[in-house]
Ligand binder design. Structure first.
Ligand code: PLP
Length: 468
């Protein structure tokens, strides 16, 4: 399997070449040259497999530069009951008839990002050891990504993590999760500024190519293909649990921000998994819903991005969206380059033609949005009718998923975080705080380890030079 850029650079690269890279050199995102098709016989063979072995089967269709035994061992080391809390790893919980929640948030940081990040930690460690290299991961976080990355990379000898976060903006729980880590290779850096300041510093440091090379700066952001690939696996696992074995189609509802999670669903569907609809659910920051309704993609400025009670979906632009557009436009790299480079730069938005939008149906995408009031109502309803407390992001997915469920068909709603992470809104909805999973009691009181720096590129650079 080889990988090419969405913007027309057709240089073919192998999996381990793109593993440690972010964007392709032409500014595009990497995608495989084709999606391997999985037929009914293969689906039947995969159905009874444990999660780790299913992961191995899917990954090995896309990775041919890691020996099979090593890749299988990596999958088995990653997806364990000890780390993810149950033998199914991603168990389904039934709500009303035809609606099921798929639990993706029982990993170390209680959000679905662990599903991919835990594997990425193993892949990075493996490949760096093979090359005799070290890596300094630099990232910015407003919550879930940073903690998932730190828990995946902690204690890995060839890796240091430098994670910037805006002062006082994360929930106390999220902050405690990150800052209580005492591992020497984890560096929490609090920036006197907002999330965009953190993001700008990461961009400035990473675009200084000589610094980047000298200090082996890497990233773990959501455009990384390996993260997306790891997420493809749980669509198969969810499908197998929701169906009995006939060629039955199910739909998935996905709380979306950067379009990474649902893009993995798109890949699974392109591989031939019988997915009917992919329901893209947004919160008040509805860039994606607007696109699916109108054909116009209009990224917002940071001033236009609202702070909501499903904060991990508060995005101004959807960084993985370009991958889907590439497939929608028949993999026309020059056209994608024109839209995402020229048009976005010159006019801040683009609109697809009616003929181009006519193909959307073939890809199964539909969308909807959810507001703070919807979240409160959905959380309350799930508690009252089913005794299930869901988090705010999952509530967005559930609300929009129900709007798109076809009669007599199953709708699997991806649970992207546990409610314990967003206690304030749960308290507002239910008048009581969510339960905390064992091991998380009192984490706010643990000793904290972090450095505080001004919103200044030079200061961050010097910090990396001293600690790398
Ligand atoms: C990251 C995140 C999302 C959004 O996922 P994308 O892959 O960016 O679309 C949704 N919910 C939670 C809890 C998250 O952490």
């Amino acid at each position: 399997m080889r990988y090419v850029s969405t913007r027309g650079d057709a240089t073919e690269r192998r999996f381990c070449d793109i593993l440690l890279e972010g964007l392709a050199p032409d500014g595009g995102l990497y995608l495989p040259t084709r999606y391997p098709r999985v037929d009914a016989a293969t689906l039947a063979k995969w159905r009874p497999l444990p999660y780790a072995d299913l992961a191995f089967e899917i990954l090995s269709l896309y990775i041919d530069d890691i020996p099979a035994d090593d890749l299988r061992a990596l999958c088995r080391k990653t997806y364990t009951v000890a780390v993810f809390g149950s033998p199914a790893i991603v168990p389904l919980k039934p709500l009303e008839t035809g609606v099921l929640l798929q639990a993706l948030s029982n990993g170390p940081t209680l959000a679905f990002k662990d599903m991919a990040m835990q594997l990425l930690g193993g892949l990075f460690e493996y490949e760096l050891a093979r090359r005799g290299q070290r890596l300094n991961i630099l990232g910015a976080t407003s919550g879930d990504t940073g903690s998932a990355a730190e828990y995946a990379m902690r204690g890995k000898r060839a890796i240091q993590v430098f994670m910037l976060s805006p002062k006082g903006r994360m929930s106390p729980f999220q902050q405690a999760q990150m800052f209580s880590l005492q591992d020497a290779n984890i560096h929490n850096i609090v920036i006197a500024g907002v999330f965009d300041d953190c993001q700008d510093i990461v961009k400035a440091v990473s675009s200084d190519l000589s610094f980047k090379r000298q200090w082996q700066i890497g990233s773990v952001n959501s455009i990384n293909w390996a993260r997306l690939l790891a997420q493809v696996v749980y669509y198969f696992a969810g499908y197998f649990q929701a169906t009995q074995g006939q060629a039955e189609a199910v739909s998935f509802a996905v709380p979306s921000g950067n379009f990474g999670n649902i893009c993995a669903g798109h890949v699974a569907r392109m591989m031939g998994l019988p997915i009917d609809r992919l329901v893209c659910a947004t919160n008040e920051n509805d860039v994606l819903d607007e696109f699916f309704r109108s054909g116009s993609y209009r990224p917002r400025t940071s001033a236009q991005t609202q702070e909501t009670s499903s904060p991990s979906m508060d995005i101004s632009k959807a960084s993985n969206f370009e991958r889907f557009v590439f497939d929608l436009l028949g993999r026309d790299g020059p056209r994608v380059r024109h839209l995402f480079d020229t048009e976005l730069r010159e006019s801040g938005s683009f609109t697809l033609s009616r003929e181009e939008m006519a193909r959307i149906g073939e890809f199964g995408f539909v969308s909807g949005r959810s507001t703070h009031a919807d979240r409160l109502a959905t959380i309350r309803d799930s508690w009252q009718r089913f005794g299930v407390v869901i988090d705010t992001h999952t509530a967005d997915g559930l609300k929009v998923g129900r709007e798109h469920r076809r009669h007599a068909q199953r709708m699997v709603v991806l649970e992207t975080a546990l409610p314990a992470k967003f206690a304030a809104t749960i308290l507002e909805a239910l008048g009581r705080a969510p339960d905390r999973p064992p091991g998380f009691e009192g984490i706010e009181g643990l000793p904290k380890r972090f450095a505080e720096l001004p919103a200044d590129v030079g200061a961050v650079r010097r910090y990396i030079e001293r600690h790398a």
